[in-house]
Design a protein around this ligand. Structure first.
Ligand code: GLA
Length: 744
């Protein structure tokens, strides 16, 4: 589902089987027009009386039809499902507009209910009309039964004869009755992304928002969870999870007002973005993905992960390759010999893909640092005389695949592109621009169709010339600063934040249509693009530029609330770490990286023979557990944020025959007794044999090779020694374990 298509585009791409839906339930003698949308385990229910306000009645565990009759008497008068501004001005509203005659009010009432199938998924549309002005608002609920997910979005159509100006245009509103509701959300910064915060919802407004323009997940995340039964718990409790699927500026508001209800309103951040809608045009918001689980945060996360793999990610059912990325190994120092030796090394360690990062391009201006050359996507033959063809040959020789880094949405002032097309960059008139990375970086104006063609051609040219390219790392290292489109009309300057993303999605859709098999990573200075607005076009994202294994435990933990491990690129890097300068043994670094999509980002030439063989073995073992890690269900067992000195998680495959358990000591104090971790997600009746992977100890664990029932493992757990059994000179203060559990 895409946002802000015109209606004609939309009709072209979607299947519309429209039928009027009025759930009269006459057999049950219900007169009220009650609309119930089910997934396998959940229901959401509305009261949709024609000519009246649409009311929210229920969202939670699946209800039998017999409950519908008395529902509206049981839950009070019901809150508006999509509150509009104007006639009522005090509460927070989801939509506001200025009509063509200057009137600022809306009075939306139910007109009809439609049911249709979009992409094979049943979609219910609650159609509202203004009681006077010819404005139509469609609230769409697309259901994904098996994953208990709903996608909710809104279409606003202006049938007036003149323009209307949209000033508020939320994707969705969800009323939540106040009880003892807690909010869980993610916040952070570059290199310190996705820190988890939990807080009770008290009176007043909580706002989670972003204004970075081009990317949106370094600072806060457009995803939240609500725990309805008090303090969030991983394993139990009614939990609502919500993710705004949008790559641009977002705003999530939770207002707790005098009625002791929470109003959750999610959508594009309307700040500095009023949108003019011409007569006949439809504005389509991004989707809010929602799930409900009575199995706590963990249950909600697993719903997101399953939905992501099945419906959102590119190739969510295909195993990811183990790769070596050149960035932290050589940075900008790209040359033919260096690339060839890295390819040989990763092949020797069992890797399957080599990715050449930044530094390979630029003719007039060679890319030796961040100061120049973005936009000039021509190979620098001074560094790579045989070009990309030569590198592909080398990859072939080593029986691995080849990938390449680009940052196509940006340019440097010092580039042939900027010299030829200064009109392509985002920049207001009468101002000296603020530059990004390297002191001369600027963002290209994707609102401009010529720029869209240009950005498309970066990938298209590479793929046409070198069809052997298997993987593209698509970076985006600059925010949308310098608000001003050289392309948009004066009246529509406030469309820039939104039209940038409309343009980007057009480009990505063209790329995906032409190159469906290409693997693409979304990177944005690390974790700036971990969002379901981008992910439908990508296979994975770079979780953070911070590769420090200890901090990664925290970052990956937060990311896992909403994103599956198959999408989380996690690399073994050098010690001391290049971001934190912490020295962590290879074993621990490997154990952390093996809990996501394993990669390596190191100069293998600097590794000892012992480190290489340790890594070779780890890669081999990872390949054996890869289907469990990449397709299995995640159970978060002990949170690093609880400060108990330990973090632990596990993956269990669908059959519950195989699981992988990870255990990390997160601080080291002498004689500190760490909690024993009880496992989760296993079959209590199955018997699992324990095998340690990545073992460095001189003695096996006391339970190595022994078998235990799922019941025992889930109610007792295994006592993990706090340190490794090693000769004194090899001992460190670090300790971690990866255990494979097999029932067959
Ligand atoms: C960004 C990315 C890094 C690397 C550099 C290259 O910072 O996050 O992984 O690709 O750009 O310049």
């Amino acid at each position: 589902m895409s946002y802000f298509y015109t209606m004609t585009d939309y009709m072209k791409t979607k299947t519309f089987i429209t039928m009027t839906f009025l759930l009269m339930m006459s057999a049950l003698s219900i007169k009220a027009e009650i609309v119930k949308i089910d997934t396998d385990n959940t229901s959401i229910v509305f009261k949709a009386d024609k000519g009246k306000k649409l009311k929210h009645l229920y969202y939670g565990d699946k209800l039998p039809a017999s409950d519908l009759k008395g529902l509206s008497s049981a839950v009070g008068s019901g809150r508006s499902q999509y509150p509009d501004y104007g006639m009522i001005t005090v509460p927070e509203t989801a939509i506001a507009m200025i009509h063509s005659d200057g009137n600022m009010t809306l009075d939306l009432v139910v007109d009809r209910v439609e049911r249709k199938t979009i992409d094979g998924k049943e979609t219910t549309s609650l159609v509202l009309k203004d009681s006077f002005y010819p404005v139509e608002v469609k609230l769409n609920y697309k259901s994904f039964p098996e994953q208990d997910m709903l996608e909710v979005w809104t279409e606003i159509t202006n049938n007036e004869s003149g323009n209307v100006k949209l000033t508020r245009y939320a994707s969705a509103h969800l009323p939540i009755r106040q009880g003892y509701v807690w909010l869980s959300h993610l916040h952070g910064a570059w290199g310190n992304e996705t820190k988890v915060e939990h807080e009770p919802l008290l009176h007043g407004m909580k706002v989670i928002k972003n204004r970075n323009g081009t990317r949106n997940s370094h600072l806060a995340h457009s995803e939240v969870m609500f725990s309805l039964d008090g303090k969030p718990n991983e394993r139990s409790g009614r939990t609502i999870g919500a993710a705004l699927c949008y790559g641009g500026n977002y705003r999530l508001k939770i207002d707790t007002d005098e009625t002791n209800s929470h109003s959750f309103i999610a959508g594009i951040n309307e700040d500095d973005s009023p949108y003019n809608l011409k007569s006949g045009e439809t504005f389509i918001t991004p989707e809010l993905a929602m799930t409900f689980s009575n199995k706590g945060l963990g249950g909600a996360s697993r719903n997101f992960h399953k939905w992501a793999r099945k419906h959102k990610l590119q190739h969510g059912d295909k195993e990811r390759k183990v790769l070596l990325n050149s960035w932290e190994g050589v940075y900008f120092d790209i040359n033919e010999k260096g690339m060839a030796s890295m390819m040989k090394d990763i092949a020797d360690m069992g890797g399957e893909l080599f990715v050449m990062d930044d530094g390979w391009f630029g003719v007039k201006y060679p890319r030796n640092n961040a100061e120049s050359s973005l936009g000039d996507w021509m190979v620098d033959t001074r560094k790579l005389p045989l070009g990309i063809k030569g590198l592909l040959k080398e990859a072939d020789k080593n029986k691995i695949k080849f990938g390449i880094w680009i940052e196509p949405e940006n340019t440097n002032v010092k580039s042939e592109l900027f010299e030829a097309h200064p009109e392509y960059v985002i920049k207001p008139e009468n101002r000296t621009p603020k530059y990004g990375r390297g002191g001369g970086q600027m963002v290209l104006d994707l609102a401009n169709p010529a720029v869209q063609d240009l950005v498309f051609s970066v990938v298209d040219t590479l793929m046409t010339k070198y069809p052997g390219i298997d993987y593209i790392k698509w970076d985006a290292n600059m925010d949308l600063t310098n608000h001003g489109s050289q392309y948009q009309t004066t009246d529509n300057q406030s469309h820039l934040f939104i039209d940038y993303h409309k343009g980007l999605r057009n480009v990505l859709e063209r790329i995906r249509a032409k190159y469906p098999d290409l693997t693409m990573q979304a990177c944005a200075g690390g974790g700036g693009r971990a969002n379901y607005g981008y992910l439908p076009y990508f296979d994975e994202f770079w979780v953070s530029d911070n590769t420090d294994a200890l901090q990664r435990i925290f970052i990956q933990w937060g990311t896992s609330y909403f994103y599956p491990s198959i999408a989380m690129a996690s690399h073994i890097s050098a010690a001391p770490n290049h971001q934190t300068f912490r020295t962590i043994p290879l074993k621990f670094r490997t154990d952390v990286a093996m809990s996501g999509r394993l990669g390596i980002e190191i100069q293998p030439a600097n590794m000892t023979t012992e480190e290489k063989s340790q890594t070779r073995k780890a890669v081999e073992d990872y390949k054996a557990i890869r289907p469990i890690v990449q397709f299995g269900d995640l159970y978060r067992l002990a949170s690093p944020y609880d400060e108990k000195g330990v973090a632990s998680l596990m993956y269990v495959d669908e059959s519950k025959d195989n699981a992988v358990f990870y255990w990390y000591k997160t601080k080291s104090f002498r004689n500190e007794i760490l909690p024993r971790i009880t496992l989760d997600g296993l079959d209590p009746d199955k018997v699992y044999t324990v095998t340690e992977l990545n073992r460095i100890d001189t003695k096996p664990l006391s339970f190595e090779g022994k078998s235990y029932s799922g019941a025992f493992l889930m109610s007792s757990g295994l006592e993990i020694p706090v340190s490794h059994e090693l000769p004194k000179e090899k001992k460190t203060d670090w300790s971690s374990r990866v255990l494979k559990l097999s029932a067959k």
